[in-house]
Design a protein around this ligand. Structure first.
Ligand code: SF4
Ligand code: SF4
Length: 351
């Protein structure tokens, strides 16, 4: 991706965590606050995600069909970015129920970049904070649209569709090499959620920000991924030629590194967000110093802040992190001789 070819896409099968041997440990190591966010999202908010439609509003509901008004409402409820996409069943998961909806309001909240790059328990908590607040925002927005007389449903992360694809269709950014959406406003430091509705709203996107071309030339996330999970070239999947992240290779690192996020942390497009630029500048020094995935893992392990409690329960050896994948990575780097300095990084730390 980069661009999502809606015409040719086929509905994809959802990945589940069922076979992930690290899942229980991943949950166990969450901070109490992260567990609370998780509990709210798993047990409390689902009951409110389908809005109750106000029958008395049916006769007058058309006065609410106003795209700028709905986006303003999402912003007032706490969204940092908002866009609208056409409801598109062809990009929904195979097991998702197709609704008679017409529009999808996609919204995002910034992640606190200094917490995200911690790659420890705090960064995991920050992800759960962002998803909880987005989920709650979605529920409140859905309920308001229901009160206006229209069906509406909240689609949180792990809902009915891949959020990056809908984010692209809503004009919020482009799907990047690391598999997440990159935004011209927030770079790679944010999370997404969505509300679909039968309200016929005007779609904003997709838009071409030129980021796809940057990913083609950059490759920093690919270089710093400890699992060698980020593929250098696009591949065809479900009818779409797209960037590809190998989930099986990502999973062990994702679980052991509190949700990892190294790929998002190193992405230089984050420096485009004015309020994140100073923090990215600090990160860029670490990127230069670390040089590659091995160096970054060493840096993370050396940090005092990393909570290593329970780490011994994980099949993990810091000298052989990722075993065969790291070996592959080393060989590849030796073969290609590519260095961070060679990447056409669009933000220079010296500037
Ligand atoms: S690090 Fe580079 S290649 Fe990866 S997503 Fe960001 S811009 Fe694209
Ligand atoms: S989360 Fe970590 S292991 Fe997974 S793709 Fe990103 S950098 Fe690689």
């Amino acid at each position: 991706m980069g661009k999502v070819d809606v015409e040719n896409s086929k509905r994809i099968t959802r990945r589940t965590n069922g076979n992930n041997p690290y899942s229980p440990l991943f949950m166990e190591r969450m901070t109490p606050k992260a567990k609370w966010y998780f509990f709210m999202r798993a047990k409390v908010l689902p009951a409110q995600r389908d809005a109750e439609v106000n029958p008395r509003a049916k006769a007058t509901r058309d006065i609410w069909v106003d795209s700028p008004l709905i986006k303003e409402m999402a912003t007032e409820l706490g969204a940092d970015i908002v866009g609208i996409a056409k409801y598109t069943p062809s990009i929904m998961y195979q097991d998702a129920k197709i609704l008679e909806h017409k529009s999808v309001i996609v919204f995002g909240k910034a992640m606190k970049y200094d917490l995200m790059v911690d790659i420890g328990a705090e960064s995991q908590e920050e992800v759960h904070r962002a998803y909880f607040e987005l989920d709650e925002l979605g529920v409140r927005l859905s309920q308001r649209i229901g009160a206006m007389g229209f069906e509406a449903r909240t689609h949180p992360n792990s809902g009915d569709f891949p959020l990056p694809a809908y984010g692209y269709l809503a004009g919020l950014g482009e799907v990047a090499k690391h598999g997440s959406l990159v935004s011209p406003v927030l770079g790679s430091s944010f999370r997404l959620s969505a509300v679909s509705t039968e309200m016929p709203l005007e779609a904003d996107g997709p838009s071409d920000y030129g980021m796809d071309e940057l990913c083609t030339k950059c490759g920093i996330c690919e270089r710093f991924c400890p699992g060698q999970a980020i593929m250098p070239e696009k591949r065809e999947k479900a009818g779409i030629v797209r960037w590809h992240v190998d989930s099986d290779k990502c999973q062990p690192f994702f679980s052991r590194l509190y949700g990892c996020k190294i790929c998002l942390s190193v992405c230089p497009l984050t420096a485009r967000a004015p309020e994140l630029r100073a923090n990215y500048k600090k990160m860029s020094k670490s990127i230069k110093e670390a040089k590659n995935a091995d160096g970054m893992i060493k840096m993370i392990n050396d940090k005092d802040s990393l909570n290593l409690e329970n780490f011994d329960k994980i099949p993990y050896d810091p000298n052989d992190f990722g075993g065969e994948f790291i070996q592959e990575a080393r060989e590849k780097q030796d073969r290609e001789g590519r260095d961070i300095e060679d990447s056409p990084i669009i933000y220079k730390p010296e500037e």
